[in-house]
Design a protein. Structure first.
Length: 349
């Protein structure tokens, strides 16, 4: 069952839960803001829903609340950091800021981060760069949770990829896993008792299905674009590990410390006005988006939009009517905020 909770209540409750988990006031406030914003933007799977698992990982020692990025090396517009298994959100925000600082100096900035943890909603950092006026590109490698094309067992991560275009009339932001549906999204549909809009994987008997629970059980999520998503996933994995001199997906598998613990991440910021004026670049972006949005919808009354365009409307609705949260997840987060939920209870749900 879905509840509508005022944004301020979500923010305050998550912050209390994170303080109870041992985060500093500053980090708890920052992380609570990102979790609440993600759910308000309609990304429940990597917003509020991730709080109980994050708490579990801190309690298991898989996330170090006191870990911060440390500069390993840098050359010109590129820097490499060790995340020391710190909080994925604060590590990633730091690296996105560094990429933008490098871009201000060089026109482009690239920060490679190794030995970090789950960054939650990947689009957070692309949105941040776009809203600051930069084109942003970021991606992450993960533990193996998706079969390579032609396999029936997990052999590669779904390795989310994000790219943001800094359009002043509203950023265009693509935030996608390499699977048709990320596991977090499967959980959202399962908790709501809904089928997927399109088949998202295979059941234990090898049949393509729209049943999220059956896909979670088989662990055979469907690569986006079949063999193309599978190929993109392994390429992103290798590129992230190479650029950061960090762990690849099979290294993360071997460590077996939960989702994304010890992963590698890349953040690239680009000055969009290096070779064109702001006026002509923004005019081109608006022209292209308008043409795309004007294409004929497949269903009468439908609307075609570019990625990210509906996010602002969803955010405004959440601020007005309340943030949509799953009742079971909300109960867990409230319990953590009151100091009443143990790791074993979290893991069992």
């Amino acid at each position: 069952m879905s509840l509508k909770i005022p944004y301020s209540t979500v923010l305050e409750t998550v912050e209390k839960a994170l303080l109870n988990t041992g985060l500093s006031e500053e980090k708890a406030k920052v992380c609570a803001s990102i979790h609440a914003q993600s759910s308000a933007d309609g990304v429940e799977s990597h917003g509020l829903n991730r709080v109980p698992r994050f708490v579990e990982y801190v309690q298991k020692g898989w996330v170090n609340p006191n870990g911060d990025p440390e500069l390993v090396g840098g050359k010109g517009a590129v820097e490499n950091y060790d995340g020391h298994l710190g909080i994925g959100i604060t590590n990633a925000l730091f690296c996105a800021d560094r990429a933008m600082a490098l871009a201000k100096e060089h026109g482009i900035g690239c920060v490679a981060l190794k030995n970090t943890t789950h960054w939650m909603r990947g689009g957070t950092y692309a949105w941040k760069m776009a809203e600051a006026g930069f084109m942003g590109i970021s991606w992450i490698n993960t533990e193996s949770c998706m079969p390579l094309w032609g396999s029936d067992e997990p052999g590669v991560g779904n390795n989310p990829f994000c790219i943001a275009i800094p359009r002043e009339d509203g950023p265009i932001v693509l935030d996608m896993a390499m699977s048709q549906y990320a596991y977090g999204k499967l959980g959202v549909y399962r908790l709501a008792g809904k089928k997927l809009p399109f088949p998202g994987g295979f059941d234990k008997d090898g049949n393509l299905t729209d049943d999220p629970g059956a896909i979670e059980e088989s662990r055979r999520i469907l690569p986006t674009g079949y063999w193309k998503g599978s190929g993109m996933a392994i390429a992103l994995d290798l590129a992230a590990a190479l650029m950061s001199n960090g762990k690849c997906g099979s290294d993360i598998d071997e460590a077996d410390n939960g989702s994304c613990t010890g992963c590698s991440q890349i953040f690239i910021a680009y000055d969009p006005y290096l070779f064109g004026s702001k006026e002509e670049i923004q005019a081109m972006l608006n022209r292209r988006v308008a043409a795309a949005d004007a294409t004929h919808p497949e269903q009468e009354g439908g609307q075609v939009t570019c990625p990210g365009e509906r996010t602002i409307a969803t955010r405004e609705k959440s601020m007005k009517d309340g943030v949509s949260v799953d009742e079971q997840i909300w109960a867990q987060v409230v319990a953590i905020s009151e100091g009443n939920l143990d790791t074993k209870d979290i893991a069992s749900k």
